[in-house]
Design a protein around this ligand. Structure first.
Ligand code: SAM
Length: 282
């Protein structure tokens, strides 16, 4: 377990993932009923962008750094407001130094009835995350393999929820694990909203991954991808994607509005691209 998210916090991939997470939470909050977010690979929750690690890569500068300065359309600004207000809320003086990871963002958006279960396996990151939420009865942090949580922690007792699966993709078989993990989780909690993150880079098996997901025969699966550059000259990420199972009926239209604007803001060369389509359903 070498992966440390501090090197990547607030980058273009976090922007898409966190913008969508905030939209999913906003949608579930249209009803009073409580829900739970299960964050299987949670990270440390709050990132210091002025730290040596974050400064070393500077990835956030071309992610949240660009987005906070962007001139967005009124509609896109309204859709992104919950997410960007949370980032602003952590950076009162206007300088972006602190960035909320998925568990912190979810918690910042919660009402009093909403709950978070966060899993983190790296012992040091687990300690930091549990300190962040110490004494917060709306949050439970567990030092547990997030893949196991997809069995043991589902369905949530609230019977409504979002399951975010955001593994580090250190291992070769992480795409297959996502498919297997979703199959297992969906059997236990078929009404849940699932958000699965995956990397796009040269040689990544995106087409077989999509085919394997389709073969699960889950009725509603939306795919959103944003690539910020060509994959030719990089060994790192050129883009990232999200699979949203049981998406709110509003999400596809929202993404059709947001993705072109995010692409315009985050593009690093003329090969930047985006797409949003039903992998299954509608
Ligand atoms: N979801 C976070 C966010 O959006 O802010 C970022 C998570 S980061 C991409 C992946 C995290 O998963 C790392 O903190 C890593 O230590 C942790 N991790 C790796 N393997 C894990 C496992 N099997 N179970 C739980 N956490 C794991």
């Amino acid at each position: 377990m070498n992966y440390r998210h501090i090197y990547h916090a607030g980058n273009f991939a976090d922007v898409l993932k966190h913008a969508v997470l905030a939209r999913l939470i906003a949608y579930l909050q249209q009803k009073d009923k409580a829900f739970r977010v299960l964050d299987t690979h949670a990270g440390i929750g709050l990132y210091d962008l002025s730290s040596e690690e974050a400064q070393k890569t500077g990835e956030w500068i071309d992610g949240i750094g660009r987005l906070m300065k962007a001139d967005l359309s009124e509609k896109a600004s309204a859709l992104l407001a919950p997410y960007l207000d949370a980032v602003r809320g952590l950076n009162a003086d206007g300088e972006i130094r602190r960035y909320p990871g998925s568990p912190k963002l979810a918690r910042m958006l919660f009402r009093s009835q909403d709950r978070l279960s966060a899993m983190e396996l790296h012992p040091q990151d687990y300690r930091i995350l549990s300190r962040l939420f110490e004494g917060d009865f709306q949050v439970r942090v567990t030092e547990l393999d997030g893949w196991l949580a997809l069995g043991a922690h589902l369905p949530p007792k609230e019977k409504r929820g979002i399951v975010l699966v955001d593994p580090p993709f250190e291992a070769e078989n992480e795409y297959e694990r996502l498919v297997d993990g979703l199959a297992k989780a969906y059997r236990r909690f078929p009404t849940g909203v699932y958000c699965l993150w995956y990397p796009i880079k040269k040689g990544a098996p995106i087409a077989p991954f999509h085919e394997a997901l389709k073969a699960l025969e889950i009725p509603k699966m939306l795919c959103a991808e944003l690539s910020i550059k060509s994959d030719r000259d990089t060994t790192g990420l050129s883009g990232s994607g999200l699979i949203v199972v049981n998406p709110p009926f509003t999400l596809k239209d929202e993404l059709h509005l947001l993705l072109p604007e995010l692409k315009a803001v985050l593009a690093q060369d003329r090969y930047a691209s985006q797409r949003c389509f039903w992998l299954r359903g509608e």
